[in-house]
Design a protein around this ligand. Structure first.
Ligand SMILES: [Zn+2]
Length: 648
């Protein structure tokens, strides 16, 4: 002893050569030994210490992305592998096993089963044994497992990456069967043997055994075993509390914003405080190549801890915001506030139906700014309370204090306790969707078990102030689109006119910002005899002669339908994101001789390159800018939500 054999763990992930590595496993391991009850010093997973190191040691060979220490940082880096979180995942598995010894069984020693770098080396016992039997039926076949048991943290990361990394849909953390150790994602090897041993392929159940069109072809389930999903959440909550006695959270097995916030701050390598069923601290495995001067993980300042009752209410709301059952008796009415960018909106409402104890307003803040939020009692005896969460269910405002949201800052002006008005400001630096939950403080104290008085009437008012009038400059390249300019290759120009490269439009600096400068003309409206009455804009399909009508609009007309009067044509390149992407774009056009500016929307393609002009504007835009045909204007992107019309 020890005689060793090599087991090659090879990832099937595209381009993941760095994830191929070799581990040596002692031969005595090959039979598995999970039936031996663990002694007091042994790992609660049921593997002894040496064996465990072999299982998990494999992951030490995965090069950790540089400068990553927390789950939040890995999420932000979006490198599409949860392997960097395996240290913490191992600890969660051990913690789950603290109260459930011999729950899991090793699968890393099965000769024709290969584990990918993010796959844990175990499953629940019955599932593991069925896999082992399936593999033994066809020793000449191989199966690659890319995901097996998953920790709450891995599921959290996958959910955060949903919509990218090839992840179309990921279960909410705490809700995936992988977290019980009863599911695997595979390359479909050993399929008939797997079926014969009781494993169930999701496409067999949902799509008549067809891979094509099946929602999740790699996924297999085993239906005998314990549902450990809540336990997995609890395990993380216990680990956090042991490591953070100053910031304890409820060990309720419920995944919500409180738990998510701690997951983000957790160390990828695991907590140095260790698991709860063993007293000695876990020995930190510091990679040898780690530079000694590397800074310790940054301490994230704690947000003001909300009061317990607020906490409960906020969690209920948060779950509602993400579409989950609230688990409370809150009865929520869900209107949408039609707040336009950099403007004000208000509504008078009441709780007279008696059916709802919460009114939840969806508010889209389409441009950066500071929004004043007022929830004012107008009738009835009750104290107004506001809670705010973002579209991912993360707390923004807890009723009287900032919720610690990383993207939106909230400031209390008045909590509403003992008063008629609850007021706050929220500050967003990017377009965002928020949910405002309006209720009474008594409802929050009663944990949303009652109703407001039916005499309760209120005004809910929003007012967004934007810097420089709501025009957020976005440069010459924005959202994958580029302002057409000299030297750019242009596939649309090539297909339309046979010219591959845009000839006109210099890039210049104006007031410290980059703009494209070029000659202008005008198009559209009743006086545009250059087009037929039926001719439509290439971007929007609108009839061009119907735009900019009347030709001398009143201010009220301009304000009520600015889209008809502020538009533009350029020689857009459709290639990057298609023609439709231009429809949502907004552009700022400036006359540099008088500093006048307008925001316009793309309607059509042109002008012809032979004109040597760069853009055609609406007659109203040209008039507002004080320009005439063949004079120079400057152009750049602004935020897609920027209001059309004159800018100062
Ligand atoms: Zn799966």
């Amino acid at each position: 002893m020890p005689t060793t054999t090599d087991l090659r763990f090879v990832s099937t992930r595209r381009g993941a050569g760095i994830f191929s590595f070799v581990v040596s496993l002692p031969l005595w391991m090959m039979g598995g030994c999970a039936d031996i009850p663990p002694g007091p010093d042994e790992d609660p997973l049921g593997f002894d210490e040496e064996e465990l190191d072999e299982h998990w040691g494999a992951y030490d060979d995965v090069p950790l992305p540089k400068n990553l220490s927390t789950v939040g940082e890995l999420v932000a880096q979006r490198n599409c592998s949860t392997a960097a979180a395996m240290g913490l995942s191992q600890q969660i598995a051990q913690e789950v096993a603290c109260g459930n010894q011999a729950l899991f069984e090793n699968i890393s020693d099965i000769n024709n089963v290969d584990l990918g770098p993010a796959a844990a080396p175990f499953l629940q016992k019955e599932a593991a044994r069925a896999l082992r039997r399936a593999a033994a039926r066809r020793p000449e076949e191989r199966i690659v497992i890319n995901s097996s048991w998953r920790s709450l943290v891995q599921q959290y990361i996958l959910k955060e990456w949903e919509g990218s990394c090839g992840i179309s849909v990921a279960a909410r953390p705490g809700h995936s069967r992988h977290e019980s150790g009863l599911s695997i994602d595979t390359n479909f090897g050993l399929a008939s043997s797997m079926r014969a041993e009781g494993w169930s392929w999701v496409c067999d159940r949902t799509n008549g055994g067809q891979w094509q069109g099946c929602s999740d072809p790699p996924h297999w389930d085993f239906f005998t075993g314990a549902d450990m999903r809540v336990e997995s959440v609890r395990a993380f909550q216990r680990l956090w509390n042991k490591a953070h006695p100053e910031d304890r959270i409820g060990v309720d097995g419920v995944y919500g914003a409180q738990t998510a916030a701690r997951i983000r701050r957790s160390p990828l390598s695991g907590f140095s405080a260790g698991i709860t069923c063993r007293e000695e601290p876990r020995v930190e495995q510091v990679p040898e190549e780690a530079p000694p001067e590397e800074a310790p993980p940054e301490e994230v300042p704690e947000p003001d801890a909300p009061q317990l009752d607020q906490d409960v209410a906020a969690r209920a709301f948060i779950q509602d915001a993400t579409g989950e059952d609230t688990g409370t008796s809150a009865s929520i009415w869900r209107p949408t506030a039609a707040l336009r960018a950099c403007s004000a909106w208000s509504i008078n409402e009441d709780f007279s139906s008696g059916s709802f104890n919460v009114h939840r307003y969806q508010v889209d803040l389409s441009v950066p700014g500071t929004t004043t939020v007022r929830f004012e009692r107008r009738a009835g005896a009750w104290e107004p309370a506001v809670l705010v969460v973002d579209s991912r269910g993360r707390l923004v405002y807890g009723g009287d204090a900032d919720g610690g949201n990383p993207d939106v800052e909230a400031r209390a002006v008045a909590s509403g306790q003992g008063a008629a008005i609850a007021e706050l400001t929220v500050e967003n630096n990017a377009p965002t969707r928020l949910f405002f939950f309006l209720t009474s403080w008594k409802q929050i104290d009663d944990r949303l078990s009652g109703r407001l008085p039916t005499t309760a009437r209120y005004t809910f008012a929003l007012s967004q102030q934007c810097e420089d009038g709501g025009t957020a400059y976005r440069g010459l390249d924005h959202d994958g689109l580029r302002v057409p300019r000299s030297g750019l290759s242009n596939a649309t120009l090539r297909s339309a006119l046979g010219v591959s490269v845009e000839r006109y439009g210099d890039t210049i600096a104006y007031q410290g910002l980059s703009f494209v400068r070029g000659k202008v003309s005008w198009f559209g409206g009743p006086n545009d005899t250059g087009v037929t009455s039926q001719e439509t804009g290439a971007i929007t399909g609108e009839r061009l002669r119907s735009l900019n009508s009347p030709t001398q609009p009143s201010t009220a007309t301009l304000n009520s339908r600015p889209g008809d009067f502020y538009y533009i044509a350029m020689r857009w390149d459709y290639a990057p994101r298609g023609k439709d992407a231009w429809r949502a774009a907004r552009l700022l056009v400036v006359n540099p001789t008088n500093n006048k500016a307008v925001v316009v929307r793309p309607v059509d393609w042109g002008p012809n390159i032979n004109t040597r002009r760069v853009m055609d504007l609406s007659p109203q835009a040209l008039r507002d800018l004080g320009l005439t045909t063949d004079q120079d204007a400057l152009i750049a992107f602004v935020d897609a939500g920027t209001p059309l019309g004159i800018r100062q």
